[in-house]
Design a binder for this molecule. Structure first.
Ligand code: C5P
Length: 234
């Protein structure tokens, strides 16, 4: 069957049911807007398992998401949404592009969580947007931006609590949202591909920075993360 959308790490297919899509998690890993690319055996299976667990956690906390259920090692059923072309990044600790932008040392805690919006546009390299830019682009209303910010902070509270219980710090993460009949719900994935997660004690990175920065085996790292949060990928 032909994918209706194929991204860097996932492909989306229609199903027989209107409004329901099948997501297939691939093994491809990319970084730096596709400049670094590799196929990593088993990554899709691990990300499907971790995302499933985290979306179920969102569900338990009454956060609306597109997730319906995991149907195989690499597949999920999700609700079809109109994706809002904004990447919503929430940060608790300076790392990555924020550390670079402010000239801060990675690992510097922020006084309070912050929310940033990036324009989902590969050709432009997903630039950081101000709220005025968002208004110019007409990709979300002022009210929708506020909803995205609140949902982002709410997801952060849930993730901080959950990972905290497993001895893991949530440094930052990226969310994507979509609309169904005008209502905004969480979409895409929450996985070590889209989060920075550090061991509280050793500060070991348990996320895609291992791939971006050539720090070791990505599947070992993601497998370790899955085990720590109580999953087994089955
Ligand atoms: O690179 P930067 O520091 O802005 O990334 C912030 C967070 O958003 C990181 O957890 C990173 O994994 C995630 N991110 C992502 N997809 C992007 C950009 C960032 O998942 N296109």
């Amino acid at each position: 069957m032909k994918a209706i959308y194929e991204g860097k790490a996932k492909a989306l297919f229609e199903t027989e049911e209107a409004g329901v899509l099948r997501v297939y998690y691939k093994d491809d890993a990319t970084a730096f807007n596709g400049e670094k690319k590799e196929s990593i055996d088993g990554k899709g299976i691990l990300n499907n398992a971790i995302t499933t667990q985290l979306f179920e956690l969102m569900h338990d906390n009454k956060i609306p998401t597109h997730f319906i259920k995991r149907i195989s090692e690499r597949e999920q059923l999700v609700r079809r949404v109109d994706i809002i072309p904004l990447e919503v990044v929430v940060r608790n600790v300076a790392a990555g592009s924020l550390a670079k932008r402010l000239g801060w040392e990675e690992g510097t805690p922020l006084l309070a969580p912050i929310v940033e919006f990036y324009y989902k546009d590969d050709a432009l390299g997903d630039p950081l947007l101000t709220e005025d830019h968002i208004r110019l682009l007409q990709v979300a209303t002022h009210k929708e931006v506020e909803t995205l910010r609140q949902l982002g902070l709410w997801v952060n509270d849930v993730l901080l609590d959950f990972f905290g219980q497993h001895g893991i710090d949530v440094i930052d993460f990226k969310l994507e949202f979509g609309k169904v009949d005008g209502t905004i719900i969480l979409a895409d994935e929450i996985s070590p591909d889209t989060c920075r997660l550090w061991d509280k004690e050793t500060k070991q990175k348990l996320d895609k920075d291992v791939f971006r920065r050539d720090l070791g085996s990505l599947t070992e790292t993601y497998g370790q993360l899955l085990t720590r949060i109580g999953g087994n990928g089955q």
